[in-house]
Design a protein around this ligand. Structure first.
Ligand SMILES: Nc1nc2c(ncn2[C@@H]2O[C@H](COP(=O)(O)OP(=O)(O)OP(=O)(O)O)[C@@H](O)[C@H]2O)c(=O)[nH]1
Ligand SMILES: [Zn+2]
Length: 202
């Protein structure tokens, strides 16, 4: 059981339910929604939903340290901003378990070392593939890069639409939420912060 718990760095305290238990829970929800899980079209649905959840929530089984571990120093003295813009992501809100769909813009000011560019997008995915609030996800991406790379500063902006606001409840389609987290020089230096905000615009 220790090994199972260790696989959940986001804080799961109990052993993971079995595949069979997960499928049973889906059958229960299907019945609760008003449908018949024994009809042909729904027979394999619990198995498919469990497989989909495994993929959509695979971020619990990865740590940003694993992903960001490999850095490079040979960049000919380059020390200006590195910005990866428009990284598309999907996540799920922790209140309603429905999708959050958006884009992340991630920048840092190097101090001797740089990251592989794809690793920045991978970190976005790790946190996206967990249950989230947009604020927490923005802060987590920022602090993971700050801690592992220790650059002069990190800036992250997320621009996302929450399906819990579009498809249900208040039903405001098309409204997006912007969140930002800044560390180091992006936090202390208004000019650097302004440059980040200018560079992420088209
Ligand atoms: N701050 C923040 N709020 C979120 C996020 N995702 C969803 N929410 C909000 O979480 C709140 C949960 O409010 P509750 O009153 O507990 O739940 P609810 O009755 O379903 O709320 P309504 O969506 O207003 O119908 C809602 O206002 C959601 O819009 C997020 O990423 N960040
Ligand atoms: Zn929600």
């Amino acid at each position: 059981m220790d090994a199972i718990v260790k696989n959940f760095p986001a804080g799961q305290k109990q052993a993971r339910p079995t595949q069979q238990e997960a499928e049973e829970a889906v059958r229960l929800l299907l019945r609760w929604a008003g449908d018949d899980p024994t009809r042909e079209g729904l027979l394999d649905t619990p198995k498919r939903v469990a497989a989909a959840y495994r993929e959509l929530f695979s971020g619990y089984e990865q740590t940003p340290e694993e992903i960001l571990g490999r850095t490079f120093e040979e960049v000919a003295g380059y020390d200006d901003m590195v910005l990866v813009r428009d990284i598309p992501f999907f996540s799920h809100c922790e209140h309603h378990m429905v999708p959050i769909i958006g884009k992340a813009h991630v920048a840092y000011l190097p101090k001797g070392r740089v990251l592989g560019l794809s690793k920045i997008a991978r970190v976005v995915d790790v946190y996206g593939r967990r249950l989230q609030t947009q604020e927490a996800m923005t802060a987590q991406i920022t602090h993971a890069i700050q801690e592992v790379l220790q650059p002069r500063g990190v800036a992250v902006m997320i621009d996302a639409e929450h399906m819990c606001m579009s498809m249900r409840g208040i039903q405001k389609q098309g409204s997006t939420t912007l969140t930002t987290t800044f560390t180091g020089e992006f936090q202390n230096n208004a000019a650097e912060q302004a440059r980040f905000l200018t560079m992420i615009r088209r």
